[in-house]
Write a protein that binds this ligand. Structure first.
Ligand code: ADP
Length: 505
C-alpha cells in the first residue's frame, strides 16, 4: 500500500509498514486514499493546509490489533497518532502533530465491557461515545447517570485523557477514570492500579496503586495507547434541579464566582458550574450571539433527595441570590423522569447527550465556521477571574477579534475558555486568529496562567511556559519518552514531548 503523504521514515518504510498492517488487520482496516484522509484533517485550521496531514488511517478492532500496529510501527520506524473518536475539535480534531503519522483510529473499539450497577461504574473501550454509554444505561434500565460534556459524539476515554470536564458531580473526567489498560510503545500490555495483580477485584474501584500510580502518565502524553478504562457513574438521584444565575458586568461576575466557590467548597453544589457570555439560547433553544454584550449566565445543578435539594437551593438563594442584579431560576425534575428535561442545559447536567451546541457554533460563517478556544486555568477567586477576563478582553480587542466567553468553576479553579470564530477558507483570517492565540499565551503566562490543553500549532509554545527548574518537567518527560519509546513512534510532539531523534521523523 502506498500513501501520497511523506514521512521522515521514507516512502519505502511507510509502504512496508502499511502492507504489514494490512496483513495483520485486513485490507479494510487501512485507509490511504487522499479523499478518505481529508476527513481526518483538523477541521479548524486553514482548509488548504497540509501541515498536519496523516499518511494513513489504521482501524484496529481489538487490543491485540493495537499491539500489532505498535510492533509494526517500531519495526519500520513509522510515527503513530492515536485518537478515540477524534472529535477533539479546536484542539486538533483527529489530526496528528507530526505530518505523515499513521492515525490509529479507535472508533471501532467501541464495546462497553461491563456495567456494575451495585458499585456504579462501567468499563469501556476507547470508541465508546457519550451517546453509547447513555443508551446502554437506559436500555439496561440501570438507575445510573453518566457525566457528559456538551457534545455527545466524543469518547469517554479521549475526553478524559485530555482532562475534559463534564457536568454531573463526577465532572472531573480525568479523575473519574479508574483502572486503565494500556498498550505501551513496545507492545507490552499494562494494567494500571490494582489491575496490575491478575484477578484483583478492586481494579475499577480503588483509584490508587500498590506503589506509584501510573495512570496519570497516560493523560495528555504520548507514552501509551489506552485500550480500556473504568468509569464512575452517579446513582440516579430522587430529584434533580437545573439552575441558572443571570447577571451583567464584571462586578457581579466576581461576586457570583466567590459565592459559587463557597458552595462548591462545602459541597452544597456538586457539579461544575459553567458560565457564558456572548452566547445564549433563546426560548426556542436557538443559539444567539451577542459578543459585544456583557450579560452573563451561569448554569449549575443540584442532585439528591428532595429535602436535600430544597435545602441546597435555599443556600444558593441566600448567597448567589442576594447579589445585586442576579436573577436566579431553576427547573426541578423527578430523577425517574427520562423524558423531562427539554433544553440542552437541563439535559447535559442530567447526562443525556445531544449535539445541540454544534449548530449555533456554525452561526458566524455557516457550515464553514471554525473556532479557536483559548483555555487558561487560574484560581477560583472573583478578583482574579475578573482581572483575567479584562486582560483577555483587551487582548482580543487589540487584535480586532470578537469572541465569546466560557468559564468553568470547580471548588478551587476557574477554567477560562474564550472562543473566537473564523472562516477556515480564509488563510489570512485563520493565520491572524492563530497568531493572536500565540500572543495570548505569552501575555497570560506573564500573569501566572497557562492553557490546560492546546491545539497542535501551540503544543511546543505552551510546553515552553512550564520552565521551572530549567525545564525540569520537560526533561523528565523526555527521559520517560526515550526510555519507554526509544524509536519515538507514539504521538511525537504531543504536549510538546518529542523523542530524542526528532530529526528522523
Ligand atoms: P474525543 O473522544 O473527545 O473525540 P479524541 O479521540 O480526539 O477525543 O482524543 C483526544 C486526544 O487524546 C487525542 O488527540 C490523543 O492525543 C489522546 N487520546 C485519545 N484517545 C487515546 C487513547 N485511547 N490512548 C492514548 N491517547 C489517546
Amino acid at each position: 500500500m502506498t500513501s501520497s503523504v511523506a514521512t521522515g521514515a521514507g516512502a519505502r518504510d511507510l509502504d512496508r509498514a502499511l502492507d504489514a498492517m494490512v496483513a495483520a488487520l485486513g485490507h479494510d482496516a487501512v485507509l490511504t486514499a487522499p479523499a478518505e484522509l481529508l476527513e481526518f484533517r483538523d477541521p479548524y485550521t486553514y482548509r488548504e493546509s497540509d501541515e498536519f496531514d496523516a499518511s494513513a488511517v489504521v482501524m484496529p478492532t481489538s487490543t491485540e490489533q493495537v499491539q500489532a500496529v505498535v510492533r509494526i510501527a517500531n519495526e519500520h520506524r513509522v510515527p503513530l497518532w492515536t485518537f478515540s473518536q477524534g472529535r477533539n475539535n479546536t484542539y486538533g480534531g483527529p489530526a496528528p502533530r507530526q505530518r505523515g503519522s499513521v492515525l490509529v483510529n479507535l472508533r471501532q473499539m467501541n464495546r462497553i465491557l461491563e456495567i456494575d450497577t451495585e458499585l456504579a461504574y462501567a468499563v469501556v473501550e476507547p470508541g465508546v461515545r457519550w451517546f453509547d454509554l447513555n443508551d446502554a444505561l437506559v436500555e439496561q434500565g440501570a438507575d445510573l447517570w453518566t457525566s457528559i460534556p456538551d457534545l455527545g459524539w466524543g469518547s469517554i476515554i479521549g475526553n478524559s485523557l485530555e482532562y475534559g470536564i463534564g457536568y454531573s458531580p463526577y465532572g472531573d473526567h480525568a479523575r473519574n477514570l479508574c483502572g486503565l489498560e494500556v498498550v505501551l510503545a513496545d507492545g507490552t500490555l499494562l494494567r494500571t492500579g490494582m489491575g496490575a495483580m491478575p484477578g484483583n477485584r478492586a481494579w475499577h474501584t480503588y483509584p490508587h496503586s500498590y506503589g506509584p500510580s501510573f495512570a496519570g502518565l497516560f493523560q495528555q502524553s504520548n507514552y501509551g495507547i489506552v485500550t480500556s478504562a473504568g468509569w464512575g457513574l452517579l446513582p440516579r438521584p430522587e430529584v434533580y434541579s437545573a439552575c441558572w444565575a443571570r447577571f451583567s458586568g464584571y462586578e457581579a461576575l466576581g461576586q457570583v464566582v466567590d459565592a459559587l466557590r463557597g458552595l462548591l467548597l462545602d459541597r452544597t453544589i456538586q457539579n461544575t458550574p459553567m458560565f457564558n457570555r456572548g452566547f445564549d439560547l433563546d426560548e426556542n433553544g436557538n443559539g444567539v450571539f451577542t459578543p459585544d454584550g456583557d450579560g452573563w449566565f451561569a448554569r449549575f445543578a443540584l442532585y439528591g433527595r428532595e429535602d436535600q435539594v430544597e435545602a441546597q437551593y435555599r443556600a444558593v438563594e441566600a448567597t448567589v441570590g442576594r447579589i445585586p442584579g442576579v436573577r436566579l431560576d431553576r427547573r426541578t425534575f423527578d430523577g425517574r423522569d427520562l423524558a423531562g428535561p427539554a433544553n440542552h442545559d437541563e439535559r447535559v447536567q442530567r447526562g443525556i447527550p445531544d449535539m445541540d451546541l454544534l449548530d449555533p457554533t456554525m452561526l458566524p460563517y455557516g457550515e464553514n465556521t471554525a473556532h479557536l478556544d483559548f483555555s487558561p486555568v487560574g484560581p477560583a477567586r472573583g478578583s482574579a477571574v475578573v482581572a483575567t477576563e479584562k486582560l483577555v478582553r483587551s487582548l482580543y480587542a487589540g487584535a480586532g477579534l470578537s469572541y465569546v466567553n466560557g468559564l468553568w468553576l470547580t471548588a478551587r479553579t476557574a477554567l477560562h475558555i474564550s472562543t473566537t470564530f473564523f472562516d477556515p477558507r480564509d488563510e489570512e483570517q485563520t493565520r491572524s486568529v492563530y497568531a493572536n492565540y500565540g500572543r495570548m499565551v505569552g501575555e497570560l503566562a506573564a500573569t501566572g496562567y497557562a492553557p490546560y490543553r492546546t491545539n497542535l500549532q501551540h503544543m511546543d509554545l505552551v510546553a515552553d511556559q512550564f520552565s521551572f527548574g530549567d525545564h525540569a518537567q520537560r526533561r523528565l518527560s523526555e527521559t520517560l519518552k526515550n526510555a519507554l519509546d526509544p524509536n519515538g513512534i507514539l504521538a511525537p510532539g504531543k504536549s510538546g514531548i518529542w523523542p530524542a531523534d526528532r530529526a528522523s521523523l
